[in-house]
Design a protein around this ligand. Structure first.
Ligand code: FAD
Length: 312
């Protein structure tokens, strides 16, 4: 791996290190385009937090997220992509191309693929940030083992929340999977596994309105039934928040203004409103959520970058 110098101009700068970025890097470099993938800290993104990646075509057995990400990274390296470890703070126009500025150096590029993923949406209740790491977690695989034989809850209604409840139930004595919605959106296999578990309870129509702490750690949550407005309390040692994602697009404010909020708007070819700018995976609006969709987005974005750089 070699890093591009800051005064070089690469043909494609891919910002991000998850499967969307790695796939974009693989395809762009595979097309023979001079490609640099810039990511903060480590390659792999959210996949690094997944013990098993469900529903990835061609890999029917359990494959860990880190193994899958490592395989795609190796393919991208083999195809000739360069990798730079940098936290990209701003993407702006620069003499016909783009300046991709990072905390370390950044690069100049003729086209840019934004694949910066998303972070978990917080609950937005008072005290949440102070209790992060002291009972509140945004990663069941990372922090589940810390709650062995304790009572915990997972907030969320999507299949990923259901799967997170199954992960933390390997350690916790009791897991409450709760949502303010009237139903969970689960894949049949997840629903069956949840029903088979004697450690997992489901609580619907339950909105978390407050947090209780004791000795600087989470001790429980206050819950409001959204139908009756009745309030109850649940004693808990841990709360895993998995109630939606917020795209990481602040780096595009200079380029897109408020349009960057909520994900980059793209067409079916992953083209953003600015010519030469593309987006893939969780960083874009309308993303389908699954890893294979992020990989496909990355491949499509790289193909569109090639067509932009070499029309006809
Ligand atoms: C609990 C849970 C379970 C899941 N289970 C499955 C499953 O079983 N099967 C499945 O197919 N999918 C699953 N998913 C979804 C899967 O994780 C996503 O589809 C996938 O991670 C999206 O990839 P991405 O590349 O778009 O984003 P991410 O994986 O979020 O990667 C974004 C990358 O960009 C980097 N980055 C962010 N900002 C910057 C910046 N400013 N500068 C440089 N780099 C930056 C980040 O460090 C990260 O490396 C699950 C998700 C969750 C939360």
């Amino acid at each position: 791996m070699s890093a591009a110098a800051a005064d070089d101009v690469v043909e494609v700068a891919v910002v991000g290190g998850g499967i969307a970025a790695l796939s974009a890097g693989l395809f762009a470099a595979g097309f023979g385009l001079r490609t640099t993938v810039l990511t903060e800290i480590v390659m792999g993104g959210e996949l690094l937090n997944l013990e098993e990646v469900d529903r990835y075509p061609g890999i029917p057995g359990a494959v860990s997220g880190s193994e899958l990400a490592g395989r795609v990274e190796a393919q991208a390296v083999e195809a000739g992509a360069d990798f730079v470890y940098d936290d990209v703070t701003r993407v702006s126009r620069d003499s016909g191309g783009f300046l991709v500025a990072g905390l370390s150096a950044g690069v100049r590029a003729s086209s840019v693929v934004i694949a910066t993923g998303a972070r978990r949406r917080t609950l937005g209740v008072p005290g949440e940030s102070a209790l992060e790491g002291k009972g509140i977690s945004y990663c069941g695989t990372c922090d589940g083992p810390l709650f062995k034989d304790r009572a915990v809850a997972v907030v969320g209604d999507h299949d990923f929340a259901g799967r997170e409840a199954l992960v933390v139930a390997r350690y916790a004595a009791e897991v409450t999977l709760m949502t303010s919605r009237p139903a969970l959106e689960l894949a049949p296999a997840t629903r069956a596994a949840l029903e088979a578990s004697d450690r997992i309870n489901v609580l619907l129509n339950a909105e978390v309105t407050g947090l209780d702490e004791s000795g600087g750690r989470l001790a429980g949550v206050r819950i409001r039934d959204v139908r009756s407005s009745a309030e109850t309390e649940l004693r808990l040692a841990g709360l895993f928040v998995n109630s939606g994602m917020v795209p990481n697009t602040a780096l595009l404010e200079a380029l897109l203004g408020e349009d960057a909020e909520g994900g980059v708007a793209v067409d079916g070819a992953m083209r953003a409103a600015v010519p030469g700018l593309f987006a893939a995976g969780w960083a874009r609006r309308g993303f389908g959520g699954y890893a294979v969709m992020a990989a496909a987005d990355g491949a499509v974005a790289a193909t569109s970058a090639r067509d932009f750089l070499r029309p006809g």
